[in-house]
Design a protein around this ligand. Structure first.
Ligand SMILES: [Zn+2]
Length: 353
């Protein structure tokens, strides 16, 4: 028995998956028969912005098991997750499936159709900083509320899929939520490893403040005591078929680790590199950002990362790395605004032991 399998036997079987025969209630619809249901969670209009909806495909397996929530398109300009969800809905055969896959095909339809990086086109809020949301709030807050109450609350495991956004470079990675306030971290770590991605970053939830400040979808899952992972692939708003393939394959591999599908038998990528946490690099000036390099690499503390020029061409800020580590993603620019972080630097570790 390999270590992941053993881990699963120890953690998954006991902690998560006492199979439930209860029907799933979603958007007022009762789902209990094996097969596929495509539905819309309707989100009514608010005081100041219009109604919207969340398209969801539910694949109910022929045998009971975990309820997995995969969310695509929290950021509407990050296209790989939305394209991967479309593929996954067709590729997962309910006859082969153990448990239930709830697939949010585009969490933020207004941002997607509006081609709006980071924020909602109506209220200009970042959905991934707006959890748990509010039923009577602005559109972003209403979407967050629906995701929290209708989907995350009904899942046993939560995956949130992203990319580098409109002007953002990014190295592919899986983020696993651990630390004392995370639930079933070992299950999330096994899922992360089964995704066959080159990098795994651990985010340790050590305090309630870490969960609450600008609460993301993953942190909402932590607050709801669900094991959870973030997956990030692709950059600069691209749509690259190879990266969509890698994301689909990763999600199928992760489902294998949960016992929902047969475990992958294909070639394995080299062992992933492990990283711990993330430091941001906030800047003080708005203007035109000229990064030294827009790709992943090791950086030294104090190393110059780029300069910001004003609209007369003068250098108004030279930005250097506050810590040493691995540059994981960052702002490709050229637009930059005071208060933005231009890079996320993570700390390489040999393992998570
Ligand atoms: Zn994103």
């Amino acid at each position: 028995m390999n270590p992941i399998r053993l881990l699963r036997a120890l953690t998954v079987g006991v902690a998560l998956y006492v199979p439930s025969l209860a029907a799933l209630e979603l958007g007022g619809q009762r789902i209990e028969e094996p097969g596929r249901v495509d539905l819309r969670l309707e989100i009514p209009a608010g005081a100041e912005d219009p109604a919207t909806f969340i398209p969801v495909t539910v694949l109910t397996g022929s045998r009971p098991g975990p309820v997995l929530l995969v969310v695509a398109g929290v950021h509407g300009f990050e296209f790989h997750s939305i394209l991967a969800a479309e593929r996954l809905a067709d590729e997962v055969d309910p006859d082969m499936l153990v448990g239930t896959l709830m697939l949010v095909r585009a969490a933020h339809v207004a941002a997607f159709e509006g081609r709006s990086p980071y924020v909602n086109p109506f209220d200009r809020k970042n959905l991934n900083r707006s959890f748990p949301g509010a039923a009577d709030g602005s559109q972003t807050e209403r979407i967050a509320h629906a995701l929290s109450t209708e989907l995350i609350a009904k899942a046993d495991f939560v995956v949130d899929a992203h990319s580098g956004d409109g002007a953002e470079w990014l190295e592919a990675f899986v983020g696993v939520y651990g630390g004392p306030l995370a639930t079933d971290y070992e299950v999330a770590l096994a899922f992360s490893k089964a995704m066959n991605f080159p990098r795994i970053v651990r985010y340790s939830m050590n305090s309630q403040e870490a969960i609450d400040r600008g609460r993301s979808l993953n942190r909402q899952a932590v607050a709801a005591k669900r094991p959870t992972v973030l997956v990030e692939i692709g950059e600069n708003g691209e749509r690259d078929p190879a990266k969509v393939d890698a994301l689909v394959g990763g999600l199928l591999g992760g489902m294998g680790s949960l016992g929902m599908l047969p475990e992958a038998t294909g070639p394995r990528a080299p062992a992933p590199r492990f990283f711990e946490g993330e430091s941001s690099v906030p800047v003080a000036h708005s203007g035109i950002w000229h990064p030294v390099q827009s790709s992943g690499r090791l950086v030294e503390e104090g190393e110059v990362l780029g300069v910001i020029r004003d609209y007369r061409g003068r250098v108004v800020e030279t930005v250097s790395a506050p810590v040493a580590g691995y540059a994981l993603y960052g702002l490709a620019g050229p637009p930059v605004r005071a208060g933005d972080s231009v890079m996320a630097i993570t700390r390489p570790v040999t393992s998570f032991e």
